[in-house]
Design a protein around this ligand. Sequence first.
Ligand code: DQA
Length: 152
Amino acid sequence: MLNDTLTTVSILVLHGPNLNLLGLREPDIYGSVTLDKINQLLEEEGKQLEVKVCALQSNHEGVLVDAVHDALGKHQGILINPAAYTHTSVAIRDALAAVALPVVEVHLSNVYQREAFRHHSFIAPIAVGQISGFGEESYRLGLHALVHHLRK
Ligand code: DQA
């Protein structure tokens, strides 16, 4: 029992700026699901997969960078929707590269069907992979992909 607790895989889920407004925000693009609902879904899925899921949302780049640093020694993988920081943040990419934990990048919308500035991700080159365009299902698929990667 003690051993099981010590070896439980823990996944850090990071949500970037404006994702706290999911449900209200551009529902034609992001759907009507709220962030609380997504976190609930991930927690339930985590139970099925027998992993711990810890979620954090921030509108601030530095808070996300600090959370990535703090993941060392606490979490074994990071599931991240960097939101707008996907397309701008060298700092978040460098933090992820520095801690060298496996990362899966997810997006609710299909960023490749949208404006050209959303086609570039600073995170994708250092991620295990990226899932884009399946709404909240992107997160569920991303969690599965990350856990699969960690267990293979
Ligand atoms: C997003 C896509 C980004 O381009 C955008 O800035 C977001 C959300 C998505 O989940 O579809 O805020 O990451």
